[in-house]
Design a protein around this ligand. Structure first.
Ligand code: 3PG
Length: 390
């Protein structure tokens, strides 16, 4: 794929697919990360004499006009991040785009208000293409969707990756594509069932796979350990054993918790104790990994050159069951700061957990992607990225 450096943008109208699907409460953006991360691309296009016309979705209106899902509510935060007034275009696209002058930045209304967007409809893509001269995709986090603005449109105009897209792809390549070894993957989260493909792909690619969170319980139970009342997908015991067998065959070591923090109630501040994994009381739930487990993980990180992280190690949203996630995240951040580790993380929960631990800033790269990051970890080709390479 090409980058902005390969394109002549002078005097051109540049259609830029961005992902500004950001959290909003009471009509106000509560986390501007995704908006902040597209600023370099938009500024570069302006500096090269192009007129950026931003294309984006917000939420899931399913092809209908849903006023609460209008991108108009994102305009103030976008204008503030760019330091200029963004022109919002909610209809009569052709005429409105015709009025844009050099130095303007425009944003079209939520593309998903049109059913053609999610249908990857050729006609809708053609209509979008008629508004610009060049196409830039800067929405890695939406690249797992084969939609008109992420897929079909890329084939209709000279196309390239924006700065953020290029940055994401190069960081991910360093993590799993051609990484410095050993590579450790930390995978947590509640359920094995949502991450089967991911685990199966990772055991082929990494040297050590740390399994944490509720998912670990399924693996522990599959190996014959009584996990009491813990969240556990008992019906996936055989699948967990198959993944463990594949890991052994591929030379990937799986690390499961050695000790766990257990409680009788799932609530903040619940009375808890730390026990050996095999000693989980029958009436208790495992809610976090214990200090021995964390020490074991940190030891693996100290021996590693690369870390890829998705998912918390415990019920990180309630204290004190965020302790293992925080401690491991801080250790990874310290090793990264000391130049000993390349650390890449992604997924909505993961980024929230790393931010809460105060570790995100020291990671080598924190992806803006949720679902796209998972699909990439599954080894899937992302249609939005593939379309740029065609
Ligand atoms: C995201 O928030 O992960 C992306 O914007 C994709 O959104 P979607 O899951 O609604 O396609």
């Amino acid at each position: 794929w090409k980058t902005l450096d390969d394109m002549d943008l002078n005097g051109k109208r540049v259609l830029v697919r961005v992902d500004i699907n950001v959290p909003v409460a009471d009509g106000k953006v509560t986390d501007t990360t995704r908006i902040d991360r597209i600023v370099p691309t938009v500024k570069d296009i302006l500096a090269k004499g192009g007129t950026p016309i931003l294309l984006a979705h917000f939420d899931r209106p399913k092809g209908k006009v849903v006023p609460e899902m209008s991108l108009a509510q994102i305009v103030p935060a976008l204008s503030a991040a760019l330091g200029l007034d963004v022109t919002f275009i909610d209809g009569g696209y052709g005429e409105a785009v015709g009025k844009l002058a050099a130095g303007d930045v425009a944003l079209l209304e939520n593309l998903r208000f049109n059913p053609g967007e999610e249908a990857n409809d050729a006609g809708f893509a053609q209509r979008l293409a008629s508004l610009g001269d060049v196409y830039v995709n800067d929405a890695f986090s939406a690249a797992h969707r084969a939609h008109a603005s992420t897929e079909a449109l890329a084939h209709l105009l000279p196309a390239c990756a924006g700065r953020l897209m290029a940055e994401e792809l190069s960081a991910l390549d360093k993590a799993l594509g051609s990484p410095e070894r050993p590579v450790v993957a930390v995978v947590g989260g509640a359920k094995v069932s949502t991450k089967l493909d991911l685990l199966s792909n990772l055991v082929e690619k990494v040297d050590v796979l740390v399994i944490g969170g509720g998912m670990a319980n399924t693996f522990l139970a599959a190996s014959g350990i009584d996990v009491g009342k813990s969240l556990c997908e008992h019906d996936l015991a055989q699948t967990a054993r198959d993944i463990a067998a594949k890991a052994a065959e591929k030379g990937c070591a799986i690390l499961l918790p050695r000790d766990v923090v257990v409680a009788r109630e799932f609530k903040a501040g619940a009375a808890n104790e730390t026990v050996k994994t095999e000693d989980c009381p029958p009436d208790a739930m495992i809610l976090d990994a214990g200090p021995d487990s964390v020490a074991h993980i940190v030891q693996a990180l100290e021996r590693a050159k690369t870390l890829v992280w998705n998912g918390p190690l415990g019920a990180f949203e309630i204290e004190p069951f965020n302790a293992a996630t925080n401690a491991a995240a801080k250790a990874a951040a310290d090793l990264t700061r000391d130049g000993k580790l390349i650390s890449v993380a992604g997924g909505g929960d993961t980024v929230a957990a790393l931010n809460a631990a105060g570790a995100a800033d020291d990671f080598t790269y924190v992806s803006t992607a949720g679902g796209a990051f998972l699909e990439w970890m599954e080894g899937k080709t992302l249609p939005g990225v593939a379309a740029l390479s065609d």
